[in-house]
Ligand binder design. Sequence first.
Ligand code: THU
Length: 296
Amino acid sequence: MKIEWESKIPVTVDAPLELVAQCCQAAEGVTLPCAVHVLLTDDEEIHQINRDQRGVDRSTDVLSFPAVNYRPGQTAKDSEKRLRREWDPELGACMLGDIILSYPHAVAQAEEYGHSVRREMCYLLAHALFHLMGYDHMEEDEKKEMRKMEEKALGMAGVTRDDTGYAPSDEELCQLARLAMQKSYSPYSKYAVGAALLSADGRVFTGCNIENASFGLTNCAERTAVFKAVSEGVQEFSTIAIASNGAPPYPCGACRQVLNEFAPGIRLLVTWGEGQVAETTLPELLPHGFGPKDLP
Ligand code: THU
């Protein structure tokens, strides 16, 4: 999911909004590249937009304007044709619509609920994104379903109250790897790879391959994901999903060695083609591996 970000507020938002957006898409099970336009603004402007666009004369925390017109009872996962109609060739993605977020509202609500502004921003984005994917909360059962999807996506992104219980399924982890693959920078090989690394505490770190005109400096998707996690202070991993747009992306020797450093027993899910998935483990791919255990 590509976020076309626009901010009227001079703040740096320290929240994993990109990851939350990817997790919302993976939880919904949409594979087409998608994009969303997000405006972060003040109460005055959101009030004005609410009045002009919806005839509601007050400010609010978040507004969403879906580009896709879903059939009643259907959401994005059932609406591939409708999503395709919103294909933006310049973005190379289907534009799901617009989200307006009020930063002062996010700050006030975070205070009220006793959690961080970071969590509140993630929650508001997930809530608005599920609206853009066809969810609503008018009826009690729809509301329950929407809430469940929000919690699942936030849990996958590691934005939970208690950090437990929301780890993604194998298929969702593969889906996150496929979405990460869409970020691949591989103009030379044209072999795009994405990885989604699941940490022991249920968080997901994604990565893609990043090539370089000097060829030798290329970084593989798996190592991008591992380095992102370790640089955020996370060193324990249970599973990595790896996706490619070509042959089955079993990790190269360098990536096997780097995985062995932190997670010698890690499970691997390798996915390619039309959703083919193979499962293996690092001891199978790197027998008699050399690692930290071999040094004094
Ligand atoms: N690649 C990965 O991202 N992961 C692997 O384990 C194997 C290879 C990438 C690196 C390069 O950008 C492209 O695939 C072709 O080698």
